[in-house]
Write a protein that binds this ligand. Structure first.
Ligand SMILES: Nc1ncnc2c1ncn2[C@@H]1O[C@H](COP(=O)(O)OP(=O)(O)OP(=O)(O)O)[C@@H](O)[C@H]1O
Length: 600
């Protein structure tokens, strides 16, 4: 403990620190490949500040020493002098890349990456020759926090060799196929030559700009690359660019429908080193219908190097990337409406989300966008051409109730219950004020059903009273109306308030201990759901004439539950019971009639 004027200095437990950094900051043991490749890449970049024509190379050797595997990552970068080895390799958190004039060109910056090697190897051996100083040294660092440095003579050219002897449990990571897989996973886009040398064979792993970063690549080449990278036959591909974050890449359109909340797996590279598969804050929320491969030279990684930091540049980049999407779609409206149609057909949910956000896109696409209506899925252009007024309902329950009856009245109703739909309709209303779009509720439909002059007809009056007395027990009113289609005997109409009143009522009658309190929540006693009987329907005509009480009750109950089901309403236990009892009654009556007729 060091003390000076009552001030103490923190002490560091080196072993614990190394353990923490090496084993906990990185999520997987294979990241050592990334860290070593990245150091090789940075060393080549540093060398180019002295020799601009320098061609960076990394050779990876898999050897056997005394029967045990050994892997060497050899680069021809700037190397380190003895002094630098003490200064940068041996001090945790110290990096030669921070504060350097060319800082922004380096991938590394935290000064901890090398420690990831200690997850898979008990010791890191670094042999290095500095381009600047005429000396070569061998540094050996151990997980217990000790290191040694000594001069060596067996290195003639500038560069660095990182030598690892795997721990027993990580031997599989050092097998040729696995190592190759990891080198390509992290390093396939690096602007450096990477070779794998084992059993006397040299294999070229990386030596050219990847297809997705090359401006010369054709659409076919991009699509074929996308198929290999994601194992998906994409519908189309288009370039992505953002000045902010210095981003370039490709977006691939999924060939099938995807969930809005589906997993957003992309491939994100930082200075052409693979970083991660997710970029939630970088790509727009509605981007699940594409898979992206992008490289950023400017966005900053987190210390674990497994995600990007959410900062101001990221926000700006997100806007620019979103514009790349929009530009692509805009170009399609001019150049390839067939493809646009295909995309909208499959991904209309996302296109709707996009159109909500961007008025110019809305103007371009509105005609192509399909909506679910009471007449099927129809593109907006047809809806607006055939209707003077377009109706919509923001509730699925309402839509279910309204669709049939509205259809018979010649109305087209859009189901705007799904995400974005209601917002989109609002945007359409604002953007195209000349198009008449109105919200419609079951109550509006009820108001349009023709009244029947019940009070002028004794039979109608009696029918309504009997039906009301019976349906009161189901928290429902009965009304005689006249509407199309005549083959619909009855419809159940309930707005949200009526439905919640009904639910509260059924809770309180089901013996809920808060019954009295629940009753107080019922808003307006008269706002009950209504069962509208269709006066012109044949069954209703007969029903009005039925005197027999049990028969009348059974038919009304069956019509009631049927109307509930037709409207897509839930049928509760009590309703199911009356329905079953009624059916049973009818069966018994039918059979006794039959047996009576047979004279039995
Ligand atoms: N192959 C190499 N050639 C030259 N110098 C190297 C090499 N590998 C490591 N170094 C030196 O060792 C330092 C520490 O490396 P380390 O990988 O731990 O951190 P870093 O690359 O600086 O940052 P990060 O933690 O972000 O990767 C580097 O800053 C660099 O000076």
């Amino acid at each position: 403990m060091t003390q000076e004027n009552n001030k103490y200095l923190f002490q560091v437990n080196l072993k614990g620190m190394i353990e923490l950094l090496s084993e906990h900051i990185y999520s997987a043991p294979n990241v050592f490949v990334r860290e070593v490749l990245q150091n090789g890449m940075d060393a080549a970049t540093a060398r180019r500040t002295i020799d601009e024509h320098h061609q960076g190379e990394i050779n990876i050797y898999i050897n056997k020493v005394d029967g045990l595997p050994q892997v060497i990552f050899e680069d021809n970068g700037i190397g380190l002098s003895e002094n630098e080895v003490h200064q940068f390799l041996s001090v945790i958190g110290q990096s030669s890349k921070r504060g350097d004039f060319n800082e922004k060109d380096y991938i590394g910056k935290f000064g901890i990456g090398m420690l990831s090697c200690l997850v898979v190897s008990n010791e890191i051996i670094v042999e290095t020759r500095s381009l600047i100083k005429d000396e070569a040294v061998c540094w050996k660092g151990k997980a217990d926090g000790t290191y040694t440095v000594e001069r060596i003579e067996n290195m003639e050219k500038p560069g660095t060799r990182v030598i690892l002897h795997p721990k027993k449990e990580w031997l599989p990571l050092f097998e040729k196929a696995e190592l190759k897989k990891n080198i390509l996973y992290f390093g396939n886009a690096l602007p450096i030559t990477i070779r794998l040398i084992s059993d006397g064979e040299t294999e070229m792993l990386v030596d050219k700009t990847p297809v997705w970063l090359s401006p010369e690549s054709t659409k076919e080449e991009l699509l074929s690359y996308g198929k290999d990278a994601f194992n998906i036959n994409f519908l189309d591909a288009f370039p992505l660019h953002s000045h902010a974050g210095e981003i370039d890449g490709v977006a691939y359109i999924m060939p099938h429908k995807v969930q809005f909340s589906g997993s957003k797996q992309h491939k994100i590279y930082l200075k052409r080193m693979f970083l991660c598969e997710q970029a939630n804050n970088l790509l727009p929320e509605w981007s699940s219908f594409v898979k992206c491969i992008i490289n950023t030279n400017e966005l900053r990684p987190t210390a674990s190097r497994e995600s990007l930091m959410d900062d101001e540049i990221m926000k700006e980049a997100k806007k620019e990337l979103s514009n790349s999407f929009k530009d692509y779609l805009k170009v399609l409206t001019l150049k390839d409406t067939g493809k646009l149609g295909e995309i909208i057909n499959i991904h209309h949910m996302f296109i709707k989300a996009l159109a909500v956000e961007d008025r110019s896109l809305l103007k371009l696409f509105v005609d192509y966008i399909p909506f679910e209506t009471n007449k099927g899925h129809i593109p907006f252009v047809s809806i607006k051409s055939y209707n003077e007024v377009i109706y919509y309902t923001p509730s699925l329950d309402d839509f279910r109730q309204i669709r049939r009856i509205a259809g018979s009245q010649g109305k087209t109703v859009i189901n705007a219950a799904y995400s974005f739909e209601a917002d989109l309709i609002q945007q359409i209303k604002i953007t195209f004020p000349e198009i008449k779009i109105e919200k419609i509720t079951p109550q509006d439909i009820l108001d349009t059903l023709a009244d029947v002059a019940v009070s002028e007809d004794e039979a109608y009056m009696r029918f309504e009273k009997r039906a009301n007395d019976l349906l009161k027990q189901q928290y429902c009113k009965a009304q005689l109306k006249q509407f199309d289609p005549v083959d619909t005997p009855a419809i159940y109409v309930a707005n949200d308030e009526a439905m919640s009143n009904k639910n509260l009522q059924s809770l309180s009658t089901a013996g809920n201990p808060f019954a009295a309190t629940l009753q107080n929540f019922i808003k307006k006693e008269d706002n009950m759901p209504t069962l509208c009987f269709n006066k012109d329907n044949e069954i209703v005509k007969n029903l009005i004439a039925i005197e027999d009480e049990p028969l009348f009750n059974s038919i009304v109950h069956i019509m009631y539950v049927q109307a509930l089901m037709l409207g897509g309403y839930p049928v509760n236990k009590k309703e199911m019971t009356v329905f079953n009892d009624a059916l049973y009654q009818l069966l018994v009556m039918g059979m006794s009639n039959f047996l009576g007729n047979m004279g039995l």
